[in-house]
Design a binder for this molecule. Structure first.
Ligand code: PLP
Length: 494
């Protein structure tokens, strides 16, 4: 493809994309294809001869689109959203155009320097404590996902715990003895989370090669972890000869957007400073742009790391998971290995940041560009208005649900534009059966996409109004469909 052919094709693609967005509400949010549909309509082998762009472009609409779930549709209220915006897309386009796997500063100084600047902007926007900014010992790095951020921190936490233990033991060891003793310590390490924490912490512990335990939390505390529950778990594990070394606390769990009790957990951390505490705010963290949520941040200076995905709720295209640490040395001590070919005078003199030492992969994408474009296009006030709009839609949804308290129960307090409800019924078993049937009707109709989940023992339906194109009309439609389905299942006379 020559420059002029690219110019033509890209102009057409922009036209196709804007048309797609302008008319997205008219497409069914969920596809109707059967598994294996694509293999039946695509050739089994790659083309021997070059194909025209026109032909490839036509296949986008005829072959790919029928198999797409339209996450940007206003009828998408499932999971958590995956944000998209035109400035975000422009960032992706430029990143693809420049294609620099900027693992160190020298690879492209602008990539590293812009990332440091925008991460400091994000930290300020979210009112994170100053210790997470780059001007001190901390700083931010853009990761691909919240799961990646957790594994990265877990490895740093593991190594920090082992180093501190060896220092406390104060015995002079040969390299081999040190390796053996480190392996012994590692075998006792336990990562902690609650039953409601995202599964990425358990997966991270598997990857980091340590144990994992989950702590029970109570519905009466909206499933948020309390300091006393944490303390009891730590004491129990220690009495068994095990060493808790990592804890994920949540600002917005996946099922119900539960928030752990940061104040009492921070007190426990004072007694156990070697346990790394990571704040997983993958989805809800961006709500901290609003001053009314910033009271949570005052406890974060007791914790080691914080992560939020701008690509979930803040208009930035996938992927932009913003990880902040209090002490960047914790990451670089664990992750920095410098073979000769990566050495250069700037890194050797410690003049620059090399983000390869803050992450698992070596190469990295120019993700800071889209974050920069988004923040500048909206401004902090614009981003606040964006979040507020979704919270208002959630308020509307909650008031609609409450207006039919004969049909529905909201099972945990609505939070961060997420409502979790069940159709009403006298016993839990009956309620679960009814909820399943209501969900199946909604799922089969494909007019709106919701997710179901198990909350404690209750089978529940989740409705999220945080999609960039979420609208009052969409919310009212989802509610109407839920009412119709519940009335059908409960056989209510209309
Ligand atoms: N944490 C929470 C609370 C989540 O809801 C999710 C995913 O939805 C994750 C972590 C994992 O996110 P990622 O896909 O970025 O790894």
């Amino acid at each position: 493809m020559t420059s002029s052919q690219f110019n033509h094709a890209a102009t057409q693609a922009i036209g196709d994309i804007t048309k797609y967005y302008d008319n997205i509400a008219e497409r069914p949010v969920l596809p109707s294809v059967a598994p294996g549909y694509l293999a039946k309509i695509l050739p089994q082998s790659p083309p021997t001869e070059a194909e025209s762009w026109d032909k490839i472009r036509a296949d986008m609409e005829s072959k790919i689109m029928p198999g797409m779930t339209h996450w940007q549709s206003p009828d998408f209220m499932a999971f958590f959203p995956a944000s998209s915006s035109y400035p975000g897309m422009m960032g992706e386009l430029w990143s693809a155009a420049l294609t620099v796997p900027a693992f160190n500063w020298l690879c492209s100084p602008a990539v590293t320097e812009l990332e440091t600047i925008v991460m400091d902007w994000v930290a300020q926007m979210l009112a994170l404590p100053e210790c997470f900014l780059s001007k001190g010992k901390g700083g931010g790095v853009i990761q691909g996902s919240a799961s990646e951020a957790i594994v990265t921190c877990m490895v740093a936490a593991r190594e920090r715990f082992i180093t501190r233990t060896l220092e406390k033991e104060g015995i002079v060891l040969t390299e081999e003895q040190k390796e053996d003793r480190s392996a012994e310590i590692r075998s006792k390490l336990v990562a902690l989370a609650t039953k409601h924490t995202h599964s990425s912490t358990h997966k991270g512990a598997n990857i980091a090669g340590t144990r994992f335990r989950s702590i029970d939390t109570q519905l009466s505390n909206a499933f948020g972890l309390q300091g006393r529950e944490l303390r009891a778990t730590i004491e129990k594990l220690k009495s068994q000869g095990l060493e808790p070394y990592f804890l994920t606390v949540s600002l917005g769990t996946t099922n119900t957007c539960a928030v752990d009790d940061f104040a009492s957990i921070a007190e426990v951390k004072r007694d156990y400073p070697d346990i790394w505490i990571h704040v997983d705010a993958a989805y809800a963290g961006v709500a901290l742009v609003l001053p009314e949520y910033q009271h949570y941040c005052k406890h974060f200076s007791a914790f080691d790391s914080f992560d939020t995905n701008l690509h979930k709720w803040l208009l930035t295209n996938f992927d932009a998971s913003c990880l902040f640490v209090q002490n960047r040395r914790d990451l670089t001590d664990a992750l920095s290995i410098t073979p000769a070919y990566l050495r250069n005078e700037f890194s050797d003199q410690g003049l620059v940041t090399d983000y390869r030492d803050w992450q698992i992969p070596l190469g990295r994408r120019f993700r800071a560009l889209k974050v920069w474009f988004v923040i500048r296009t909206w401004g902090v006030e614009g981003l606040r208005a964006h979040i507020k709009h979704h919270l208002k839609l959630a308020d509307l949804f909650v008031s609609l649900v409450k207006s039919r308290s004969d049909l529905f129960t909201i099972i945990t307090p609505p939070a961060f534009a997420l409502t979790v409800l069940t159709p009403d019924s006298d016993t839990l078993t009956r309620a679960n059966e009814v909820t399943k049937q209501v969900y199946e009707i909604i799922d089969k109709e494909k007019k709106v996409f919701l997710t179901s989940s198990l909350v404690g023992d209750a089978y529940a339906i989740r409705v999220v109004s945080a999609n960039p194109l979420a609208s009052e009309e969409g919310i009212r439609k989802a509610f109407r469909l839920l009412v119709e389905a519940a009335e059908t299942v409960l056989d209510v006379k209309k």
